[in-house]
Design a protein around this ligand. Sequence first.
Ligand code: NDP
Length: 337
Amino acid sequence: TRVVCLVRRPDGEPVPADFAVEERPLPPLGEGQLLVRNLYMSVDPSMRGRLESTEKHYTHNFTPGSPLDGRALGVVKESRCASMPPGTYVRHQLGWREWAVLDAADTDGAGRIDPRSAPLSTWLGLLGQTGFTAYVGLTRIAELRPGDTVFVSAAAGAVGTAAGQFARLLGAERVVGTAGGPDKCALLVKEFGYDAAADYRAEPVREALARLAPDGLDVYFDNVGGEQLAAALHALRTGGRVALCGMMSQFGGERRSADINQLIQAVLKRLTLRGFIVRDHEDLRPEFERRVAGWLGEGRITARETVVDGLDNAAGALLSLLGGGNVGKMLVRLSDP
Ligand code: NDP
């Protein structure tokens, strides 16, 4: 099968030549295994840290000369597992290749996907891990309450577009977001449930928050870290809650900043800051799927995606995501079902 390999670790920012598409033999199908034709794969910021050898990660780091992997969705073409016959749609972790041989037991959570209940690609986006991340972060980690004022950073991305819409439906009083550029900011208000938005590249976020949420924040959903986290710490009210979801601004050693000093705000205002990894919260998934599929079916939320075609363009999709080239969930489409 064709796979995307890491050729070498990036020297600073990753570039296209750090990756190559190569042909690799597929292992023979063993008992309990599936041959899956991948249809969509998820492009995730967390892959950036996995390209480095030193970056600590909650899963393994990639090795030069070896294929990448990541979340994907495909259809079973051959099966040696009676409960997952050919034609079954599954989510799994062996993306970044066109075909995958995997243990049926390693397909995700619910494993099989019902392609009739929602468009296939949504099972990697709004109804998949990024939507689930937004849901867990708001409900369990930040303990969102009706009437809260909520701030979300990287608001036009996969997690951010879900978080803004969910916050509104879960009863937030005011939802504000930041994103790169005026076009994304306009979309936040027009399509994704935000009351107001600011371009973090055009003005200091501390000033933007004073303008967009003059009475202060109850919840900050942090996708970015750095300057925006520091600004949010200043804007939070006493007793405010922060869901630490990711740190887009902190990839690559040279960009790490001294904003950590602003943590004194957490002392003064008795804030709660809680980091989380979504995979520890699988118990919430049935509730999440029921509610979000309901909102989607009723037309109350939008599942926005940026779709790139073909494995040859997959590395480019990752580089584009890191530079803000996506609105909503970044996906690579490999084949039609
Ligand atoms: P996004 O779709 O949000 O894509 C990343 C976005 O980050 C880009 O579109 C870009 O948008 C923005 N960005 C890039 N560089 C910077 C920067 N220096 N400062 C601010 N924004 C920047 O990705 P996801 O929705 O998949 O992920 C969002 C966050 O959630 C990530 O931090 C990710 O690691 C985290 N995550 C955490 C999980 C968990 O279990 N804790 C699970 C899944 C995701 P823009 O144009 O606005 O700059």
